[in-house]
Design a protein around this ligand. Sequence first.
Ligand code: CP
Length: 320
Amino acid sequence: MKQFFSVADVTHLSDMVDEALRLKQAPFAYEHLGKRKTLGLVFLNPSLRTRLSTQKAALQLGMDVMVMNMDKDGWALETRDGVAMNGTTVEHIREAAAVMGQYCDVLGIRSFPKLQDRDADYSEDLFHKFSSYCGVPVVSLESATRHPLQSFTDLITIKEHWKESRRPKVVLAWGPHVKALPQAVPNSFSEWMCRAQADGMVDFTVAHPAGYALADEFTQGAAVTNTLDEALYGADFVYVKNWSSYKDYGQILPVSGQWMLDNSKLTTTNGAKVMHCLPVRRDLELASEVLDGPQSLVIQEAGNRVWAAQTVLKRILEGN
Ligand code: CP
């Protein structure tokens, strides 16, 4: 593996999930792979889980890790070509990425969308430029449109907690929020679940209020509804997440009905396990009674971030 940006970078999805679950049983089995190799983690935005789980994964593979909080400690980056840098930007991504590639064998980068210009965000300009200029394999730590380490984790968690022979019904359920959030997590979750559905691993439904449809490219094959209760009926896993509108890009639109998942809404599910990538706003996006209840998987899910990151790094170190 040379890059981890989307599910398209994975050849056999089920094999990679199984590999992650094996690593969970033997965390130090490949400690030799990363010896004298350096992972650089570059953050242009905040992080708790991605930062710590990816560091832990790298350490368990024997790697050294360097973290650069580019937004706070780095020079202001210019990403445009052909402009005189006579404003606030100080260093061009061409030099910055190339220099980091001199110090690191593998790089990870997190860069959120600005949610102002949809075409600019969905071009993934920053990730692609960083990847092309640094000259080493790059792992997305969440980009403008996707969060593949989170989605891989989510599939690992579903497989780990599903013991029946039939496919589980997995629902992506929009939840309310007071801020306009990116579509990266739901895009990515949907993209991974559509691929898992095509591979016979899950049945997948997306539920969101009118006006919150994700871009078609991420929901190919998914059942989509604007009725949460209809989606929840018989669900085995409910993945709660807020996102801002893709159509009215970056906007928070008026919503009718009750979209915050609480225990009463879970009664028609098949005892569904509830997931969320975290951080979550309690009693706004998801009810505390669910988060603190026996159906919540959010902490186990966050724990599994290590095994997703470790599997990806292992494959990069192995060069396959
Ligand atoms: N889920 C997730 O990516 O968490 P962080 O933003 O804290 O890394």
